[in-house]
Design a protein around this ligand. Structure first.
Ligand code: DGT
Ligand code: CA
Ligand code: ZN
Length: 587
């Protein structure tokens, strides 16, 4: 067995399908690889075992020929068909398909006529105006491809942008829409309102008697580069920055609540709600709530009901109000039925301490005094000083001597500043074997010890899991920093057995960080729920490297906390400094 890795096998099948599309194979055949890829990626069983027992063809969508290819890959580590295709085309050709508006058919033409095999080569060809002369392309296509290249580079091909990048642009446009003539109510909707960590586009919903002047104001906003379309109730634009698409829907105010609800999603949340509605003789749709005749197989709509706001809508269905962040069909509907949703999610005003941040002592950009003053200006009452540790020399990690020097400065700043307390701490590397980066005799002198992994992400699942489990055995290990190490659109989470790790954290009283760096947002919301189910405590942290990041990162960390159903009582940095330190390591 050379390659018992579902993700790698699924990716290989997917790539094979893409190559065959570029080659011009029929779509029936290429789709089969895509389907098989999905099947393998979502497999609950051990892939190696299925191969050994020759049971692959039992999987839906996996025929004999694909099963043979999977078997070849698992047993030899290679799939000859794929290797041949890789030799036939330049290595960057699949990257090309990540450019919006560029499918396999176009890629095939570009490769065959212009020899374009990478994104860089495509850019050069567009800039030299060589693309516009190809039949079926033209100048507009060339311009679109250039814009698409920009997006592909920034979103690293996922087509989804970071919530942190999108949110300020979306809020700015929302404020603009709110001020447009005749607007009664307006809100963000879609994945942005649900605080998904990445989003494909922005949805805004507004109410007004006459949509025209609202669309007029919207499409004329200086951030808008291009109007994609405008109808009776919807206008779509693309922004200059990030090529971001924004859809605005404008409805009469009587339809506002149901439209906002519909366009907030998520789709899976809605599907479940619709089922509940039918049981109550109601039909939920984009067009509002209608009473229906349940004896009629077609569920003919009777009268339309007025719905003032979303809370009323949930009440009609016999549910407690579900905050937008929770609408993912992660159990929130069942909880709302049983009145078991959190009564109040954690809010900005609950947070009284800044946890995890860096100054010029390590790789931060502001001094300790500046950071502390900024935290105080934010209304925070303590600030934990957590530079990088000695092994992270590339990030200015503190040697023992430097750490002791810093303690003197912390003491000085504490004397100088009123209204905020600096706590001595460290962000210690978790070394390869799970040990921390200073001796216990040093760690025990600190108020706050965060342990994070920064290097050797390539360890396998087993080694990585053991590394973290071992680290928790150190009694000075208090907070697990940016746990999975993921970087959105850039680096996958480190492979580890999260449930096993969270079980141990619960046993040892280790707190879990929700890190507000735009690319991290780590722990992610799904895991936050798992942590809370085990009674774990969280810290909502900024990991700020500058004053502006203190401001930017806190709301993002809070968004993830809320999305994971976190309440004030679950978060340690809602406690005052003394109680906070006392509560670390299970108090
Ligand atoms: P995104 O844009 O991929 O980041 O995620 P969303 O959730 O914003 O998705 P989007 O923009 O396609 O649609 C916004 C909301 O509109 C979505 O959350 C639910 C609703 N919606 C859109 N299309 C459908 C649909 O086909 N069925 C249902 N039930 N709802 C839909
Ligand atoms: Ca959306
Ligand atoms: Zn870190």
């Amino acid at each position: 067995m050379k390659l018992n890795d579902k993700v790698a096998v699924a990716n290989a099948l997917k790539d094979l399908g893409l190559y065959l599309q570029i080659k011009g194979e029929n779509s029936f055949k290429t789709r089969a690889y895509d389907i098989a890829s999905e099947r393998i990626a979502g497999l609950a069983d051990d892939l190696g075992q299925l191969v050994t027992e020759k049971r692959l063809t039992e999987l839906e969508g996996v025929g004999a020929s694909i099963a043979a290819k999977i078997t070849e890959l698992v047993e030899t580590g290679k799939m000859e068909t794929l290797e041949q295709l890789k030799r036939e085309y330049p290595p960057g050709i699949l990257e090309l398909l990540k450019v919006p508006n560029l499918g396999p058919k176009k890629a095939k033409v570009l490769f065959e006529l212009l020899g374009v095999g990478t994104i860089d080569e495509l850019e050069a060809a567009c800039r030299a105006n060589r693309v516009r002369d190809i039949k079926g392309f033209g100048q507009q296509t060339e311009e679109k491809l250039l814009a698409g290249i920009d997006v592909a580079r920034r979103t690293k091909g996922t087509g989804r942008q970071l919530l942190a990048d999108v949110l300020p642009r979306a809020e700015k446009l929302l404020e603009h829409v709110k001020k447009a003539p005749g607007v009664v109510r307006a809100s963000l909707g879609g994945s942005v309102r649900r605080m998904r960590e990445t989003v494909a586009d922005v949805d805004i919903i507004a109410s007004a008697e006459d949509p025209k002047p609202v669309f007029e104001a919207f499409t004329k906003h200086p951030d808008v580069r291009e109007v994609l379309g405008q109808g009776d109730s919807k206008a779509s634009v693309r922004l200059r920055e990030g090529d971001l698409q924004v859809d605005l829907r404008v409805l009469p105010d009587a339809d506002y609540a149901t439209a906002l609800h519909h366009f907030t999603g998520s789709k899976s949340h809605h599907i479940k709600l619709r089922g509940l509605a039918i049981e109550k003789g109601l039909k939920l749709s984009e067009w509002g709530v209608h009473r229906v005749d349940r004896s009629d197989a077609e569920l003919r709509e009777l009268e339309k009901l007025t719905v003032e706001d979303e809370a009323e809508l949930y009440a009609m269905l016999g549910l407690d109000y579900v905050p937008p962040e929770l609408r993912e069909d992660w159990g929130e509907i069942e909880a709302a039925q049983k009145h078991e949703l959190p009564k109040r999610l954690v809010e900005r005003q609950d947070i009284v301490g800044n946890i995890h941040s860096h100054t010029t002592w390590s790789d931060g950009r502001a001094s300790l005094l500046e950071m502390a003053q900024a935290a105080k200006a934010m209304g925070l009452r303590y600030y934990t000083v957590t530079e990088h540790s000695q092994t992270s020399s590339y990030a200015g990690g503190l040697s023992l001597d430097r750490m002791k020097e810093q303690w003197d400065e912390i003491d000085r700043v504490n004397e100088e500043l009123d209204g905020i307390v600096l706590l001595k701490g460290i962000e210690s590397d978790i070394l390869e074997d799970g040990s921390l980066d200073y001796p216990d005799s040093v760690l025990e002198q600190l108020d706050v010890v965060i342990g994070s992994i920064h290097q050797r992400y390539s360890q396998n699942e087993d080694a990585m899991t053991r590394r973290v489990l071992n680290a928790f055995d150190n009694p000075h290990f208090q907070i697990w920093g940016h746990p999975t190490g993921r970087l959105l659109n850039r680096r996958e989470p480190a492979p580890m057995r999260m449930e096993e790790i969270l079980d141990k954290a619960a046993k040892k009283g280790v707190a879990i960080e929700i890190n507000g760096c735009p690319e991290r947002l780590d722990l992610k919301a799904e895991y936050v729920r798992l942590a809370l189910q085990r009674g774990l405590k969280l810290v909502v942290s900024t990991d700020a490297h500058s004053v502006s990041e203190l401001h930017q990162h806190l709301p993002l960390a809070l968004a993830m906390a809320r999305k994971g159903w976190t309440t004030k009582a679950d978060v340690l940095n809602t406690l005052e400094a003394k109680a906070f330190v006392g509560a670390l390591r299970g108090g």
